[in-house]
Design a protein around this ligand. Structure first.
Ligand code: PLP
Length: 444
């Protein structure tokens, strides 16, 4: 134990956060676990969760919280859906993993066909990865090599958008917002993309067109999060703007990479956000809810013309990529089961109902002095404020009200599981209204 103290154990009790009965594993493990996006010196301790079922997280001390954000937007069917668990149990028994190099297996090949079927147009060629960031890396690499394989040397830059977020690995960071994003400390140390603003309306598309008219010969691809920029602050844009951006990219023969890692699988109200704009990107990245929030899996899917640029007698023109756990059968079985649920359960009706209830439930927040905007799209509800202030206070007050939230930047948001009941959703929105009313008073 002396050793742990020497390592600088973070406090298990903080000004806002008391652990009446922190379990032993949390006490013993806390000095050793380096947590995500966390200032380890000052952070409140992690919340000890022991089980997750439906929309509920159960804490070590027995309390139950309604999860407002579905574990970073992944658990779209709620936790522990029997259909997914059964499919995974069966796969675990038969073959949890084999390599994908030279070996094929039914869960992976089935999933590839199903994704190709579901995705618009000729997005037919599925390259599996193990996380969203890696799927983005693969998309960027594909785009660069696409031009090299075609014998066009100078197409090496990317166009990206303010408030964009595409992951935490170096390539993904380099196409995320370098100024306001979470990686701004690295500004000047990464290859810089052309950073543009997403036009507020179709009238402003001309500016983008003019910019690209000059530059397009140096550009490999444009990457964006269609309709909703997630980790950059849950910012929305209209489908017409997205259609316009896609038109401009194709006018200048710039590949369009749609990062649907957050928006994919129903979150914005359609299976994929691109469908609402009627566009078919050249490359699309999927992840997060792909396995219904059970296990990590991601995919980069290319249109036929992209795929065909890699076909050759020359082995050098192959895509030289292959994550060790690529196409993990257990993860593919989970993803197939998750896709089943979109067919057998009324997800899109549920999303529509959630959208209506989020609008009504969060509306009272717009009366608060320090609230700047309340917006809803699909199963995403956002309250944007002038300044969140003490995020630990907000988090603790949410827990006190029986809900789990993760406010960031200048927003408090909800991205619940699609199976959430009306009454549970009312508890979430009601808690946010009460929480932000207290916060509004407190801050003034
Ligand atoms: C979460 C996210 C990523 C990164 O996915 P990881 O699985 O965390 O690596 C990339 N792009 C978008 C839009 C995301 O929301």
């Amino acid at each position: 134990m002396g050793k742990d103290t020497a390592l600088g154990a973070p406090p298990l009790e903080t000004k806002h956060f008391q652990h009446n009965s922190a379990p032993e594993w949390l006490r013993d493990g806390s000095p050793h676990v380096w947590r995500p996006y966390t200032q380890m010196q000052t952070a409140a301790p992690a919340l000890p969760v022991v089980t997750a079922k439906g929309v509920y997280l159960t804490l070590a001390d027995g309390r139950e919280l309604i999860d407002g954000i579905a574990s970073w937007w992944t658990a779209c069917h709620g936790y522990g859906h029997a259909h997914i668990i059964d499919a995974m149990a069966k796969q675990l028994d038969e073959m949890p993993h084999v390599m994908f190099g030279g070996i094929g297996h039914e869960p992976g090949y089935k999933l590839a066909s199903r994704l190709a079927q579901l995705l618009p147009g000729d997005l037919d060629h599925v390259f599996f990865a193990d996380s969203g960031s890696v799927a983005v890396e693969i998309a960027l690499k594909m785009a660069l090599q696409y031009w090299l394989n075609k014998g066009k040397e100078g197409r090496a830059s990317f166009v990206t958008f303010r408030n964009g977020y595409h992951g935490d690995t170096i390539g993904a960071m380099s196409v995320s917002d370098p100024e306001d994003g979470m990686h701004r400390i690295f500004k000047g140390h990464l290859k810089e993309p052309y950073l543009l603003d997403i036009p507020a309306s179709v009238e402003e598309l001309d500016e983008i067109d003019r910019f690209l008219a000059d530059k397009y010969k140096s550009i490999a691809a444009m990457i964006l999060e269609p309709l909703v920029q997630g980790a950059g602050g849950m910012k929305f844009h209209d489908p017409e703007v997205l259609t316009g951006l896609s038109d401009i990219a194709s006018k200048y023969d710039i590949l369009l990479i749609a990062d649907e890692i957050f928006t994919g699988f129903g979150r914005t109200g359609s299976m994929f956000a691109c469908e609402q704009a009627g566009i078919v990107p050249d490359i699309i990245c999927l992840g997060k809810a792909l396995t219904g929030g059970t296990i990590s899996l991601a995919a980069t899917i290319a249109r036929s013309h992209v795929y065909e640029a890699f076909l050759s007698d020359d082995p050098e023109k192959s895509l030289m990529h292959g994550p060790t756990y690529m196409g993990n059968p257990l993860a593919c079985a989970a993803a197939n089961a998750s896709l089943d649920l979109f067919e057998t359960e009324p997800r899109f009706q549920q999303i529509k109902a959630i959208e209506g209830r989020l609008k009504v439930g969060l509306e009272p927040c717009s009366d608060l002095e320090r609230v700047i905007d309340v917006r809803v799209k699909g199963a995403i509800g956002v309250v944007q404020v002038d300044d969140l202030g003490d995020i630990d206070w907000l988090r603790e007050e949410a827990i006190r009200r029986g809900i789990w939230l993760r406010p960031f930047g200048d927003i408090v948001y909800l991205t619940p599981s699609f199976i959430i009941e009306e009454q549970e959703l009312a508890q979430l929105t009601g808690a946010i209204v009460s929480l932000l009313s207290d916060w509004n008073e407190r801050a003034l």
